[in-house]
Design a protein around this ligand. Structure first.
Ligand SMILES: *Cc1c(COP(=O)(O)O)cnc(C)c1O
Length: 408
């Protein structure tokens, strides 16, 4: 089997397993899907990559090349972007508990926009700022996007965002109206992840646009990310052009209905840019049969993909060279960690595999590497990018020495 023209066996030989593999042409295509379709004649538009899905220097360079902006949620993510020579003015800084230190780091490094999440943060920022800084306010719009409960972020008791006209909201607006340096530019909302139902976005549009009516100047609205991708055949994502065009037309209609002038509309896709362009390659080790199950053990697991253990995420896989054989075995793909829950895929259909065969899991490009861990002192796998049939190493495999480098 090949990814973007390169044989998996060749990748195994060159880089070993477990290995994260990305099809760069696919990533760029996804970016273009948003960039070309998220446009309006009524207001400016901007597409941000939510970098927590894959925050590494190489993808940030690609964002730069594509003129995309960046959503960062920590000092570490901002630092990575700066080291990849990304223009800090195009960085949007998110997070519900940015410390004084985080905020100061952002201010010192001229980060373009800080998306404030709560009253305490606005107060902190107001006391720290010594020059003009653009502020957006994250709102809790109370729209539930019906995904898995761990990834829903906009119910009324969410740790994220402010409720419109709540005490905190009124206090924030009071501070902003008097502040010498904090320049309020608009509202943000993010209603969850892996969303397939565009109605969830429509319900929110009406609210977000109505918030703008309290202001005498045109605001910016940031609609966040959360656009669903295909992990297994149970998922039916909506294509980027339709997502983009629907969001645009929904807001265009809404501002017309409510007679609001908008300056700019922004979106922050993360998962949908990189998930399906990413694969993880493993080598099958031992196999085992229990009274009710058959296991294939792989040389990675929850340390390179925590999502199945964390929220029962589902994946599909294949055995290299056996993709077209009858899938007449029901097997569970288990990692090598000392945790019974370290299962990458339960009860999937595969042909009979042998020790030494390569197993590939699909759609692992988002929240795989960035959620990886050194549990059991596993070494973080390497990342290979393949563009136009050429592979290149963009993150090398961690070494044993690096594993204990900070231990005194
Ligand atoms: C996580 C997150 C995103 C990206 O979500 P995806 O599901 O990866 O598209 C965008 N905006 C905010 C504020 C987020 O927290």
């Amino acid at each position: 089997m090949k990814i973007n023209g390169v044989e998996l066996k060749e990748l195994k030989e060159k880089y070993d397993t477990p290995l994260y593999i990305y099809d760069v042409n696919h990533i760029k295509n996804n970016m273009d899907g948003y960039l070309n379709n998220f446009k309006s004649k009524e207001f400016q538009t901007e597409v941000l990559f939510a970098s927590k899905a894959l925050n590494i220097k190489e993808i940030i360079r690609i964002c730069n090349e594509k003129n995309m902006s960046l959503d960062c949620v920590s000092k570490g993510e901002i630092y990575t972007a700066l080291k990849a020579s990304f223009d800090p003015k195009r960085i949007y800084f998110h997070g519900n508990n940015k410390s004084y230190d985080d905020l100061k780091f952002a201010l010192d490094n001229n980060v373009g926009v800080i998306i404030c999440d709560n009253l305490g943060e606005v107060e902190a920022l107001n006391s720290l700022a010594t020059k003009k800084i653009k502020i957006m306010l994250r709102m809790n719009v109370g729209v539930d996007a019906h995904t898995h409960k761990f990834i829903v972020t906009a119910h009324v008791d969410s740790k994220f965002g402010v409720l419109y006209k709540s005490d905190d909201y009124n206090k924030i607006m009071d501070i902003l109206s008097k502040s010498k340096y904090l320049e309020f530019i608009g509202f943000h909302s993010h209603i969850g992840s892996q969303i397939f139902d565009l109605n969830a976005f429509k319900a929110r549009a009406e609210k977000m646009v109505s918030y703008c009516k309290d202001f005498t100047y045109p605001l910016e609205l940031n609609l966040g990310g959360g656009y669903g991708v295909h992990y297994t055949n149970d998922d039916s994502p909506i294509s980027f052009d339709i997502v983009s065009k629907t969001l645009i037309s929904t807001i265009e209609n809404e501002i017309k209905n409510q007679n609001v002038k908008l300056k700019k509309l922004l979106i922050e896709p993360g998962r949908s840019i990189v998930a399906e362009a990413g694969y993880t390659l493993y080598t099958i080790g031992y196999k085992k049969k229990t009274p009710n199950k058959e296991y294939y053990f792989i040389d990675g697991g929850m340390t390179d993909n925590i999502r199945p253990a964390l929220y029962q995420a589902k994946y599909d896989c294949d055995i290299d060279g056996k993709e077209n054989l009858a899938k007449d075995h029901v097997v569970t793909i288990a990692g090598k960690c000392c945790e019974s829950g370290d299962l990458i895929i339960e009860n999937c259909k595969l042909p009979e595999a042998e020790t030494g065969d390569l197993l590939i899991t699909y759609t692992t490009g988002a929240y795989g590497y960035t959620m990886s861990s050194n549990y059991n002192k596993a070494l973080t796998p390497a990342i290979v990018f393949i563009e136009d049939g050429k592979d290149k190493l963009v993150v090398r495999r961690q070494t044993l020495d690096e594993l204990i480098e900070r231990e005194i």
